[in-house]
Design a protein around this ligand. Structure first.
Ligand code: PEP
Length: 265
C-alpha cells in the first residue's frame, strides 16, 4: 500500500524478532477490530519480521495501516545469500523500510555509511526509509548529543534529493531509552527534534524540514505516551515492547488520535 502524501502522525510498531505467522495474523485482525474511528490523520506502520511481511500486508484492509521491513540490503539483486533487497520488500507490499536501528548498529556493526546505502536502495525502490539515529548515554552525559545527531544526519542523508528527504522518516531513538523503561523527557525529545528539523532545513530546504516526519522512539508505552505527545516537533512515536500487545498498542493509537485531533481543531 502506498503511503499517502499528506503528513500523517505516525504510530510505529517495531516487533523486532517476535511473533509467529499465526500470531501476526491474529494481531492484525484485532488491530482492525479495535480501530474504532479510522481517521486520515494518523498512520500506523507495522515493522514486522521478513517472514510475515507478505501475510501481514495481505491482511491489512485499513488505509490507516502500512507495513514495513526492519532492515534491507543495499543492493537490488545478486549473489548475497541470506539478504533481502528493497525491490523484494516492495514486491510483498512493504511501503516502509527501517534502517540503522541501534540493535543493527550494535549486533551487525552497521555504520552510518551502510545506513545511507540502504536508505538510498529503499528510495530507488519507491519505499520510504525510516532512518534511526540517536545518542548513547555516555554521549548524552558528555554533552555530545547534538554533535552525534548532526554527524549521523550528515552521513545517513548524504546524496538525498530534497524530494527524497521530504519522504524520509527520521526515527530519533536515544539508545539509553530503548528497552530500558527510561523514556526521554519532553524537554530532551523536544530539543533533539527541534535540532534535527533545523538541521534538515540547513542541509536541504525549509520545505524538506517541514515535510520530513521526525518520530520519537524509546520506552514509549500506553501509560506514558501522552507526555510525549506534548512535544512540539514530534510527528509520531515508535514503539517496541509495548507494541507486541495489541491492546496496549491500540491504547497508544487512541491517545495519539485524540492528541492529533485536538491539535488541529
Ligand atoms: C525500539 O527498539 O525501536 C523501541 C522503541 O523499543 P522500546 O519501545 O521497547 O524501547
Amino acid at each position: 500500500m502506498e503511503p499517502q502524501k499528506e503528513k500523517r502522525f505516525i504510530v510505529l510498531a517495531n516487533w523486532k524478532m517476535h511473533k509467529t505467522l499465526a500470531e501476526s495474523i491474529d494481531y492484525v485482525k484485532a488491530l482492525h477490530e479495535g480501530l474504532q474511528t479510522p481517521g486520515d490523520r494518523v498512520e500506523i506502520i507495522l515493522c514486522v519480521p521478513f517472514t510475515m511481511l507478505g501475510a501481514v500486508s495481505r491482511e491489512v484492509t485499513s488505509s490507516m495501516v502500512s507495513v514495513g521491513g526492519q532492515d534491507v540490503h543495499d543492493r537490488d539483486w545478486g549473489a548475497f545469500t541470506g539478504e533481502i533487497s528493497a525491490p523484494m520488500l516492495a514486491d510483498v507490499g512493504a511501503a516502509y523500510g527501517m534502517v540503522g536501528h541501534s540493535e543493527r548498529r550494535k549486533y551487525s556493526s552497521e555504520t552510518d555509511e551502510v545506513v545511507n546505502a540502504k536508505a538510498r536502495a529503499l528510495h530507488r525502490a519507491g519505499i520510504v526509509p525510516i532512518v534511526c539515529i540517536g545518542e548513547t548515554i555516555d554521549e548524552r552525559k558528555r554533552g555530545l548529543t547534538l554533535n552525534k545527531l548532526e554527524r549521523q544526519a550528515m552521513v545517513c542523508f548524504d546524496g538525498f534529493s530534497g524530494d527524497e528527504m521530504e519522504r524520509t522518516v527520521i526515527l530519533y531513538e536515544p539508545i539509553w531509552a530503548i528497552g530500558t523503561g527510561h523514556i526521554a523527557t519532553a524537554e530532551q525529545a523536544g530539543e533533539a527534534h527541534g535540532f534535527i528539523r533545523r538541521m534538515i532545513e540547513r542541509l536541504f530546504s525549509g520545505k524538506a524540514a517541514s515535510m520530513t516526519r521526525i518520530v520519537y522512539g524509546g520506552s514509549v508505552k500506553h501509560k506514558n505516551v501522552s507526555d510525549m505527545l506534548k512535544v512540539k516537533d514530534i510527528d509520531g512515536v515508535g514503539v517496541g515492547s509495548d507494541s507486541l500487545d495489541v491492546e496496549n498498542f491500540l491504547g497508544i493509537v487512541e491517545r495519539c488520535t485524540e492528541a492529533v485531533s485536538m491539535k488541529i481543531s
